[in-house]
Design a binder for this molecule. Sequence first.
Ligand code: ZN
Length: 189
Amino acid sequence: MICRDPIVRLHSVAEAFFFLMATACESCGHAPLKPNGQLTRTADKQAPWQIESLCSSCSHRRKHTFTIQPDPTRASAQSDVVNATMEPSRAVDLLGWLTLFQTVLRAAQCESDRPSARQLVREAGLCLDEALKFYPDAAELPEMDAFFSEASRRHFRENPDWYRQSIWRDRREVMVDMEHGRKPGSRRW
Ligand SMILES: [Zn+2]
């Protein structure tokens, strides 16, 4: 039997980097993982993309293999667009995207360089957009298939209120104001 790492389905190059940020080290459990080098094309049609991660805690290295649809172009590889479709991510689950949103937003608040801070706010908003794709239209709570691991499912069962869609939709509205440089509550309509 051929034993190989699972192949993760991605929508973009940007999603690969968020996937690493949301993945814990298989050796020591430390997160986030950092990319060790570039995302590269392989000769394997089943797993045409790969990147190596390096754990900053125990220095464990691991290769992660991906498919990326649509096939990246030079331009799209530079883009920060995570997933242009309405399909929820298959690489990072709802808890992962909500955690990334909070982590990237905290990084934005600590960043003193204004253009960098603005880009981080934009990326935090993109993470929240990915999280919101897991909610069926008007449903206040997600379905269980929004969670990809037993640890995520347990977090949901123990903290259902944290997952209320209306809370995160409100946060997204505030983010839109931040991205446009308006203070929350200063909208004129
Ligand atoms: Zn480690």
